[in-house]
Design a protein around this ligand. Structure first.
Ligand SMILES: *Cc1c(COP(=O)(O)O)cnc(C)c1O
Length: 497
């Protein structure tokens, strides 16, 4: 199996796609063909551990890695850094749905599921291709990817990781998690702008030959840990298979029964991994794309028009979804347009030039055959957290609440009785102030910083505050750099000088 670029560049192996991150024509790498898992193979996942399921699924998406390489990488990724032996446990939320908890890793958000594995895949890929230069990872983060990447690459030999985050655009805890990172190969820079500015800046650096030349002269080669990297995407396919296997193992479904997944969506990486699982044979009903007030994606799925031109950018209490330009949608567009790279390149050019594009009626029909969509505003997020806590004693973070509320709306609108899985993407303590306010009202948070809020949340709900949060305020800040959004390349050269 080779990897194609969504904009038509020459095919490469999966390991080369991981090493490069982005294709040389600016496109994203996608598999030429999808593996096909049989019903029997999926049923066989039920009694397996998460690590065994991962080895089985990844072998088919990464055919140029050996079983032993994958097994060692998986053991390194999903071991002691996770506080639940199931790695990605599936928990009932009252009687109405299940939550797939993807936040039991070291940084308390689902990004760990991919970023604990990616450094292993990258190092192996480098070895396969005789790469002796230091792999330099550039990351733009809306809050959670940054810390997960720093933690994943921390002191990994032969790698260096530099993270850009929007100044003032992440929570107090998210910022502290990043700027207190130790290690000898990590850098963190605040950008005066929003996440889209940071992401566009990183993309510009990637396509800047002068910057690549400067890196090469220093014995370094650029790569990406953003979800444009195929090595980020494939580890995420695993947990959809795992959730299905858990439902089978618990007797909640029979083999072949469809399951709906409702995914809180920003850059479209998480939900696209579910799409890839479906294309590889997992019995998926609908993929429900859940947006916050930055609802460009849910509008697109409902209307076929992707339009950021007249749209305000909102800073919400689910900041990891405050995104208007969703990179991974390009991979879906490629599949929806018969894998026509020229067509995708034209749509992306139109988006750059006019701020919008529309898809044809037949494409919209194919899109809506697989996807449904909805969005929820700030009051709706708070109401969902409170209601789920009061009705089911299930405590969810603000992002998970977006999915939970959208699934509730979807079931009410459609009457669809297919079992539903809410993809739970962060620990409630990662966004403790907003969660506390949702349950306890504005007076519960008055005068408290994020950390006092987490302590109060623990006292109020009787749930345990993770050590990763409780210890943060005492840790020394090690990264202080700030830059303008059009000076990011120079900022990188400055911090590594
Ligand atoms: C990144 C993130 C999302 C959005 O995931 P995408 O793959 O970007 O769509 C949702 N919730 C949390 C907590 C996140 O960190």
């Amino acid at each position: 199996m080779q990897m194609l670029s969504t904009r038509g560049a020459a095919a490469v192996s999966p390991s080369m796609a991981i090493l490069r991150g982005l294709a040389p024509d600016g496109g994203l790498y996608v598999p030429e063909t999808f593996p096909a898992f049989t019903a029997q193979e999926i049923r066989a996942l039920a009694p397996m551990s998460y690590q065994e399921r991962a080895a089985f699924v990844l072998a088919r998406f990464l055919p140029d890695f050996t079983r032993d390489e994958l097994r060692a990488a998986i053991a390194g990724a999903y071991g002691t850094g996770f506080d639940d032996p199931a790695v990605a446990p599936l928990r009932p939320v009252g009687g109405r749905a299940h939550a797939l908890e993807l936040w039991h890793g070291p940084t308390l958000a689902f990004k760990d599921m991919a970023l604990q594995l990616l450094p292993h895949l990258l190092t192996l890929s480098g070895r396969k291709h005789g790469e002796t230069r230091e792999v330099f990872i550039l990351v733009a983060t809306s809050g959670d990817t940054g810390k997960a990447a720093l933690e994943g690459f921390l002191d990994v030999p032969g790698t260096r990781c530099c993270v850009f985050y929007p100044e003032g655009g992440v929570s107090q805890a998210q910022r502290l998690q990043m700027v207190t990172t130790g290690g000898s190969n990590t850098h963190v820079i605040a950008v005066r702008g929003n996440f889209d500015d940071a992401q566009s800046g990183v993309k510009r650096i990637f396509s800047d030959p002068a910057f690549a030349g400067a890196m090469n002269a220093q014995g370094r080669v650029l790569s990406s840990a953003n979800s444009i990297n195929y090595g980020r995407l494939v580890p995420q396919v695993v947990y959809y298979f795992s959730a299905y296997a858990d439902l089978l193992a618990q007797g909640k479904i029979g083999m072949g029964d469809p399951v709906n997944f409702c995914v809180p969506t920003g850059n479209f990486g998480d939900i696209l991994a579910a799409d890839y699982a479906a294309k590889a044979g997992l019995p998926v009903g609908k993929l429900i794309c859940a947006s916050n007030e930055n609802n460009v994606l849910s509008d697109f799925i409902r209307t076929g028009v992707y339009d950021i031109a007249g749209r305000a950018f909102y800073r919400t209490i689910s900041p990891s979804m405050d995104i208007l330009i969703s990179s991974n949608l390009e991979r879906l567009l490629f599949d929806l347009h018969g894998r026509d790279g020229a067509k995708v390149a034209a749509l992306m050019a139109r988006l750059r030039e006019t701020g919008r594009y529309g898809v044809d009626a037949d494409v919209l029909r194919a899109l809506q055959a697989r996807y449904a969509a909805g969005f929820v505003d700030e009051a709706g997020i708070r109401a969902e957290i409170r209601r789920t806590w009061e009705e089911s004693h299930y405590l969810m973070d603000t992002h998970t609440a977006v999915a939970s509320a959208v699934l509730r709306d979807y079931v009410r609108e459609t009457g669809d009785q297919t079992p539903g899985v809410i993809v739970s993407t962060a620990s409630p303590y990662k966004f403790g102030a907003a969660v506390l306010e949702a349950i306890g009202g504005p007076q519960a948070v008055a005068g408290k910083d994020d950390f006092a809020c987490c302590a109060a949340l623990s006292a109020l709900t009787g749930t345990r505050e993770p050590d990763q949060i409780a210890g943060l305020p005492q840790m020394p800040v090690r990264h202080h750099a700030v830059c303008e959004k059009d000076a990011m390349a120079q900022a990188v050269l400055d911090v590594i000088a």
